[in-house]
Write a protein that binds this ligand. Sequence first.
Ligand SMILES: Cc1cc2nc3c(=O)[nH]c(=O)nc-3n(C[C@H](O)[C@H](O)[C@H](O)COP(=O)(O)OP(=O)(O)OC[C@H]3O[C@@H](n4cnc5c(N)ncnc54)[C@H](O)[C@@H]3O)c2cc1C
Length: 425
Amino acid sequence: MAWDFSTEPEFQRQLDWVEEFCRTEVEPLDLVFPGAAYSRAPKARALADPLKQQVKERGLWALFLDRDLGGPGFGQLKLALLNEILGRYRSAPVVFGTAAPDTGNMEMLAAYGTEEQKQRWLYPLMNQEIFSAYSMTEPAGGSDPSLFKTHATRDGDEWVITGEKWFTSAGARADIIFVMCTNGMFVVPRDSPGVEIAEYPALHNHIRYNDVRVPLDHLLGPEDGAKMLAQRRLGGGRIHHAMRTVAQVKLAFDIMCERALSRQSHGKVIAEHQMVQEAIADSYAEINMLRLLVLWTAWTIDNSSTKQARTQIAACKYTCARVLREVSYRALHILGSLGTTDLTPLQAMWAAAPTMAIADGVDEVHKVTVARNVLKGYQPHPGLWPTEYIPARREEARKKYADLIAADPDLAAWADAARNRAARA
Ligand SMILES: Cc1cc2nc3c(=O)[nH]c(=O)nc-3n(C[C@H](O)[C@H](O)[C@H](O)COP(=O)(O)OP(=O)(O)OC[C@H]3O[C@@H](n4cnc5c(N)ncnc54)[C@H](O)[C@@H]3O)c2cc1C
């Protein structure tokens, strides 16, 4: 049976290990030493590195990469199932070597880097010896790449990069920045002369590239290939966000259901109030619709390519933002005053919903992609009426029975009655 919704027992054992490991190792680290998994400070590394080592020994490091690039080569479907666990814990992606923005940058390097570029940047990124950032959005416009102006000019054996970028996540702490120019994707060491990082925003940096010089071999992929590389990078990133969002909304759902069974109001447990039941029932259906959309998309990527799955990935992108917004709001609401505090994960989850609708491209742009691609499978109907115009279809169908209708007055009366009844409606 090809439509199988179960998980292989062997892989389920891996998932069980991941769940236990995250609950007993990753969550305590997050709660007691927040940020330790991302830090380069020796004391933080002493706490986080042994966890990363356990993940490596288990063969679960750099989950998103194929086997020949040093990852386990699970493919996207298994990655989706793993991300449904990792997405619950703040630093699980970095403990498993799958944290953005490095993942997308590594995918670009893996797909388009020369062997020398891979040696120089991909393998150190995989081992978290270095960290990276991605500079695409510009202050003058993010949704429309045709507005981007940052460019590279060739000068002897160097490229000279000039421009201004906005919202480069983790740019200030990155060792290398992938800079999207109008004429190619370039790898820029952050400490290059001319890289000027503005004071704010603090996390998603505003960076000026003031005639920054890099050697010729810092061009990644073909000259003028930046859009192609960006598509490759962002396609993977979007589906990974959606996978982790499934984890987040399931967490919100668990919190909501537990609370609904635990509080009383107006003489009964609040889970018995019908509007609370509606919130639970709607959330249950929406979470499972999102989950199946994400798993189907992951399966499609495994069986074709990220490019082939572009419409599905775009649909995941805006659907995960909507489901996150709706479910986290309902959960927060059902927790009442407690939900409005930062004493549960719900307030931060709900506050993250607008971000999800903007990061990696605003929802509107993805909806346009879906509508345009879907419409390619359709044609306008000839003449005035739609193809499904019932009178026309009935007349066409009557031709199939023409001999019977001509030969049998009872059948003719029946068929005429159906035609006349429709005409009266
Ligand atoms: C948390 C986070 C992390 C990010 N990290 C990075 C990063 O690491 N590197 C990077 O380069 N960028 C990053 N970005 C930037 C992100 O890619 C842009 O914010 C996004 O592409 C939108 O661009 P913008 O912010 O300029 O919004 P705009 O393009 O100004 O859009 C604003 C609004 O205009 C409307 N709009 C725009 N276009 C259309 C359209 N075609 N149809 C209908 N309505 C439209 C929508 O309502 C949209 O929300 C990040 C953003 C966030 C929120």
